[in-house]
Write a protein that binds this ligand. Structure first.
Ligand code: ZN
Length: 261
């Protein structure tokens, strides 16, 4: 199950939009890094957020409703109040049959576009009840964008964008060719060493673009990186604040979209 699940997070997407030579990062940094954490895993609250808080960095947490617990709500609320971003990762995390084991009624083949949009709306209500924000970004479960099966299989990105339910969709909502930054890159780190993560960040810095990192567990849970490696990455980012702007996903996207033509 984990092997299959890891396939999608190892996908690397890169796009090279037409850069605007006059584009600058907010405080003259060379590049931007976005730290995102998927699935509302327990180590978000026990490891990732405490490490981020200690480093003075903010991350984005794509929460899925089915993994959340009432007793954790005060901690999620406090995380949001302190500047971390909470975002939508649906409630039931529907993925195509065979991606990983789940009840068949939650496979994306069993969904329609309307049913998925309704679920995303319900997750929005939950998020707004926690953080008070009127709108949220979304990350597609398993980075898949189709629901239904056979002749009824449909891509939900366009109807989701048209619905106005979410602001950005990680990796697929903003036509990157219209962004002013030289490069938009995203990567999922699974079992990656601190040296390899930092080397990737250095490449992003060299590009002058924006690098979006997808984490799942940190020091536990699944598809994880070690707590030590994550800490080393944060230490690197804090030591290089002048060169690298680390920002929550929507804040970074708002900035680059504002500077798009
Ligand atoms: Zn996920």
């Amino acid at each position: 199950m984990k092997l299959l699940l890891s396939l999608f997070v190892l996908l690397i997407s890169t796009a090279a939009p037409a850069a605007d030579p006059s584009f600058t990062w907010p405080h003259g940094e060379h590049a931007a890094i976005v730290l995102t954490y998927d699935d509302a895993v327990p180590s978000d609250l026990t490891v990732a957020i405490p490490q981020l808080d200690h480093a003075g960095l903010k991350g984005t947490f794509f929460l899925m409703g089915k993994a959340m617990h009432v007793e954790d709500l005060p901690r999620w609320r406090a995380a949001a109040a302190s500047g971390h971003e909470l975002a939508n990762h649906t409630i039931n995390h529907p993925c195509a049959r065979g991606t990983y084991e789940m009840p068949v009624q939650y496979n994306s083949e069993s969904y329609s576009v309307d049913v998925l949009l309704s679920e995303i709306n319900t997750m929005n209500v939950l998020l707004t009840a926690i953080d008070g924000q009127p709108k949220h970004a979304l990350a597609t479960p398993c980075e898949q964008t189709k629901v239904g099966s056979g002749a009824d299989k449909k891509d939900y990105i366009a109807p989701l964008q048209a619905s106005g339910l979410v602001t950005y969709i990680r990796d697929s909502s903003v036509p990157v060719t219209k962004l002013p930054v030289p490069k938009v890159t995203s990567i999922g780190f699974v079992g990656t060493s601190d040296a390899d993560m930092i080397a990737w960040v250095k490449e992003v810095e060299k590009s002058g673009g924006i690098g979006i990192i997808v984490f799942h567990g940190v020091g536990g849970d699944y598809l994880s990186v070690s707590a030590e490696a994550h800490q080393q990455l944060l230490d690197y980012l804090t030591a290089h604040r002048a060169e690298i702007w680390t920002a929550p996903y929507s804040e970074a996207m708002n900035y680059v979209v504002k500077h798009a033509h």
